[in-house]
Design a protein around this ligand. Structure first.
Ligand code: NAD
Length: 502
């Protein structure tokens, strides 16, 4: 799917933000064209020269002040997230809380991850001192999606800033107000910083494409796989490195010894929370045949009472992007045509911008509801003969983002067999709330990682420094003054160092 195909309301130079539940116009923004994007990047590059040379401690203080400003403005911010994205206010608060955890983790751990390290030069270079140092890249272009409009881009933004880079952020056209609020809070919290440490450019895919071509030092993209591929192709012109956080089709494996009630509870929430619009949401379940009837009945029981809406009692909100509703409908129809049986809901569950939960059992593995990202409050459940089959089917998908395993005794063992970026054992999405754990996928789910130490390293370049401290007479290896006796000595040393393992 692609948000850029399905803009809200577009005039030549403006973008209109609309409440997805009511259609109410919330605000209008000027679209940043190629020149405006260039100007933002130039300003960011100037700001990076100051920001990048601050000490880790100074940057930490600025980032923590930003976090505190977001807490101070959290009521206003959550109201805006609710209005522009549609998700319930409590879910907005939860999303903000997770983003704050990451800002704080990045601020407090940047020095530990990035500080210069002295490494061993090895026996043959013993007269050298070797230093591995990390430098900021410069300016990072961050392009974000709308489904978690704060948490998701923040996984790049907070870590890039903590590593000493300036950031130019292009929020999704469906969450422009949220993106600008996030940036403004940074500026308000840090009035003494130069303009451009963290700024926003607004617009549709065209503005994002201009950011890719703008000469930034890295693009950190979160969004659909289709857009990720376009960005990687465009970035190849300038060899601009890319971090791609793309779609998913996450599976949950429920083993015979799993806690069935806990698994059903987690699947019900993981599949429908945020209207199913979660990159690492639950889309497929493989359940052992010995516990399948009990598990399916429990999922159905829980979801029968789960209703979408925009009032305070609603479990989740509307579909944020209107075009996604057609994809959800197509996947339900295709699953039902290909052997699937709806045990809860069906196409009739689609009611305007809201979709009630849909549970489909035993659809063919080749149906679109099993192979493609649905991104709606639906889930397919397949009964399997045992763990080997569950692992094989989980790994057969082109996506490999998150996953979960429910098993009392074999959770870790099963998790280690999965070809994915992350797995929660006896929970869903647990990995996404632990700041130290990197997040990202394999295959069509993307390239690179956000969060944790690997997510920090994404926004720095290693700089290797080798210092010759003294010369060893007769051992000038990297010189024309090398002698025959040096080579004789080397021919004795090398077998001792590397030739003893038979
Ligand atoms: P999308 O690909 O339509 O849009 C994402 C962003 O890319 C938007 O800001 C859009 O304006 C921009 N864009 C569009 N075309 C562009 C181009 N040619 N060049 C540069 N930028 C361009 O995705 P979406 O609908 O906003 O987000 C939903 C998708 O994001 C889902 O597939 C979901 O799984 C994925 N997602 C992944 C993660 C993750 O961490 N892996 C997290 C959240 C969402």
């Amino acid at each position: 799917m692609s948000a850029s195909d399905t803009a809200t309301t577009e005039r030549d130079d403006t973008l209109t933000s609309v409440n997805p539940a009511t259609g109410e116009v919330l605000a209008t923004y000027r679209i940043d064209d190629e020149d405006a994007v260039q100007a933002a990047v130039v300003k960011a590059r100037t700001a990076a020269a100051t920001w990048g040379t601050l000490s880790y401690d100074e940057r930490k203080k600025h980032l923590l002040r930003w976090a505190s400003k977001l807490v101070e403005k959290s009521d206003e911010f959550c109201e805006l997230i609710h209005a522009e994205n549609g998700k319930p206010r409590d879910d907005a608060y939860l999303e903000l809380m997770l983003a704050l955890e990451h800002i704080t983790w990045a601020a407090k751990n940047a020095e530990k991850v990035l500080k210069p390290k002295k490494v061993s030069p090895g026996a043959l270079m013993a007269n050298f001192a070797a230093y591995l140092e990390q430098r900021p890249l410069g300016v990072i272009g961050v392009i974000g999606p709308w489904n978690y409009p704060v948490y998701t881009p923040n996984g790049s933004i907070a870590y890039a800033l903590a590593a000493g880079n300036a950031v130019v952020f292009k929020p999704s056209e469906f969450s422009t107000g949220i993106g600008n609020f996030f940036t403004t809070a940074f500026t308000e919290a840090n009035p003494g910083l130069p303009d451009g440490v963290f700024t926003t450019v607004n617009g549709y895919g065209v503005t994002g494409a201009a950011l890719v071509r703008s000469g930034v030092d890295k693009i950190a993209f979160t969004g659909s796989t289709a857009t990720g591929k376009k960005i990687m192709a465009a970035a190849s012109d300038t060899l601009t490195p890319v971090l791609l956080e793309c779609g998913g089709k996450d599976a949950v494996i429920v083993a015979a010894d799993g806690d069935i009630k806990a698994a059903a509870d987690a699947v019900a929430w993981g599949a429908t929370g945020n209207s199913g619009q979660t990159c690492a949401g639950v889309e497929r379940v493989y359940v052992d045949k010995s516990v399948a009837p009990e598990f399916i009945a429990e999922v159905k029981r829980i979801l029968t009472d789960v209703k979408p809406g925009s009032d305070d009692k609603a479990a989740y909100g509307p579909m944020t992007m209107p075009s996604q509703i057609d994809i959800v409908r197509r996947h339900i129809e295709d699953a039902l045509k290909n052997g699937g049986k709806a045990v809860l809901g069906g196409v009739e569950s689609i009611k305007g911008p809201f979709i009630e939960p849909v549970v489909i059992v035993d659809a063919d593995e080749s149906s679109e509801a099993v192979t493609e990202e649905t991104f709606g409050p639906t889930v397919t459940i397949r009964t399997v003969e045992g763990i080997d089959e569950a692992v094989r089917l989980t790994n057969a998908n082109k996506y490999g983002l998150g996953s979960a395993v429910y098993s009392r005794k074999h959770g870790l063992e099963i998790a280690r067999r999965l070809k994915v970026g992350a797995t929660s054992v006896n929970s869903v999405l647990g990995f996404a709330a632990i700041s130290a754990l990197p997040f990202g996928g394999v295959g069509d789910s993307g390239i690179g990682r956000i969060h944790g130490a690997p997510g920090m390293l994404e926004f720095s370049r290693p700089h290797s420094i080798a210092v010759q401290r003294f010369t060893i007479p007769g051992m000038a290896l990297l010189s024309y003054s090398r002698t025959d006796s040096t080579m004789k000595l080397l021919r004795k040393l090398v077998p001792l160092l590397h030739g003893r393992h038979k």
